[in-house]
Design a protein around this ligand. Structure first.
Ligand SMILES: C[S@@+](CC[C@H](N)C(=O)[O-])C[C@H]1O[C@@H](n2cnc3c(N)ncnc32)[C@H](O)[C@@H]1O
Length: 206
């Protein structure tokens, strides 16, 4: 996790972690999308789910509900500030737990989870190829990856927005859906909104 993009990303998100009020507002605005994504994971009681780039933990309550008390929910984030905020959230939502780590080198054994979830996170991950390698390693064969994310519009407005997003939220991957399709072949778009710029998508992990 030594490169400049990753270091910058951690700094950006450590700073964002100080704005809990803002994050709680984002959680409220995106709750129904997160719920849709939680259902798309197809997990049930006793299953194990990974929340990649969990941020302050806005999805942890939904994931914890989905797997119940006998399940496992592991949030991973590389920002110390985000991990602090998410750990508080996890305490109130067992069985959720949070660890600090790089999504490109997950501290998990092979086939450790039934499904992985990434909300507004893959677009902010500088080395997305390595992250998807790790998803394929830690999700058991037949498991799923569900992604909530978005892309900037095409054209001049899009490039201007991408530059702003890059500064604000370390936006690195302008078309996550295309990356997922290239990697997993068949990807189901479960829900798409804002004229297709935001989506919930599910990929089956072989
Ligand atoms: C836009 S936030 C989204 C947070 C949360 N998933 C949500 O839906 O609110 C992106 C998160 O991904 C984390 N992140 C980015 N790259 C990462 C990496 N390589 N490893 C772990 N976490 C990463 C950031 O620290 C940040 O908390």
């Amino acid at each position: 996790m030594a490169d400049d993009a990753a270091r910058r990303g951690q700094r950006v998100y450590d700073r964002w972690a100080e704005y809990g009020v803002l994050y709680r507002a984002v959680d409220r605005l995106t709750r129904s999308v997160r719920k849709t994504a939680g259902v798309a994971l197809g997990v049930g009681a006793g299953d194990a789910v990974l929340d990649l780039g969990c941020g302050p933990g806005g999805s942890l309550p939904i994931l914890a509900d989905a797997v119940g008390a006998d399940g496992t929910v592991i949030g991973v984030d590389y920002s110390a500030g985000m991990v602090r905020a998410a750990t508080e959230r996890a305490r109130a939502n067992p069985p959720a737990a949070v660890i600090r780590g790089d999504a490109g080198g997950l501290p998990l054994r092979d086939d450790a989870v039934d499904a992985a979830f990434a909300s507004l996170a893959l677009s902010a991950m500088p080395a997305i190829g390595g992250v998807l390698d790790e998803v394929e390693r830690v999700v058991r064969p037949g498991g799923r990856l569900v992604v909530v994310d978005g892309r900037a519009p095409d054209g001049a407005a899009g490039s201007a927005l991408r530059a702003v997003y890059r500064r604000l939220v370390n936006f690195r991957n302008p078309d996550v859906l295309a990356v997922l399709r290239h990697r997993f072949g068949s990807v189901t778009v479960v829900e798409s909104f804002d004229a297709g710029l935001e989506f919930v998508a599910r990929a089956d992990v072989a």
